[in-house]
Design a binder for this molecule. Structure first.
Ligand code: MD3
Ligand code: FE
Length: 191
């Protein structure tokens, strides 16, 4: 796609066990809409699993070891998630992968994610693995600068994107899903 950005089309083809795992995680750590440090409600609802979870409020963007909503540790990363993340990294050429967190984003038909890069992690040597479930959506890849016209990639359920190396800090955005709710799993080594 672009250097160090690998699209594995349909790599998560049988997503039944992944859907069940999303239900399991969100039963313990419910989906919630977080506020940006500036006080705006994000349109995508989020939850996390793993040793830490991504969080945002007036105090900033960060990883938390306890879910601030429940006061409990985040649920463990389900085995089907881990198997898929490891296999994706290997197949994409990034080698052995041990993510310590998975952010789950839920997009209703009016939800989207504006242009940003992922910079809250401590370990940028590890790739990010991203999995689309549910409805399709168009992903916009800007690269190292927010300016210019992005590459547009339509992501279908079961598609897996793997990013690493120089692409790890690239700017990106996600448009509204087409015709239903979209879920995205984002695996990272954050701690
Ligand atoms: C490329 N999520 O949670 S992950 C996010 O569809 C996020 O929910 C998107 O962007 C979604 O931060 C897609 C794809 C992704 C994530 C991090 C990246 C692509 C990336 C970091 C660098 C380059
Ligand atoms: Fe992102």
């Amino acid at each position: 796609m672009a250097p160090q950005v690998v699209l594995l089309h349909g790599f998560a083809a049988a997503t039944g066990d992944l859907d069940a795992a999303v239900e399991l995680v969100s039963a313990a750590a419910p989906f919630r809409q977080l506020k940006t440090p500036g006080g705006r409600l994000m349109s995508a609802a989020m939850t996390s699993c793993g040793a830490c979870g991504w969080y945002s409020d007036a105090r900033g963007y960060r990883y938390e070891r306890l879910d601030p909503l429940t006061g409990q540790p985040w649920p463990a990363i389900p085995e089907p998630f881990l198997r898929l993340a490891r296999a994706s990294s290997e197949v994409a050429g990034f080698g052995t992968y041990e993510p310590d967190t998975c952010l789950i984003n839920r997009y209703v038909p009016t939800a989207q994610m504006g242009i940003h890069h992922d910079a809250d992690e401590r370990d940028f040597s590890q790739p990010i693995v991203s999995v689309t479930l549910g409805a399709p959506a168009t992903f916009l890849w800007y690269g190292p600068s927010k300016r210019g016209s992005p590459l547009r990639i339509r992501l279908l359920p079961g598609d897996v994107l793997v990013w690493g190396g120089a692409a790890r800090k690239g700017y990106h955005a996600v448009q509204k899903p087409e015709g239903g709710t979209r879920y995205n799993l984002t695996f990272r080594k954050a701690l």
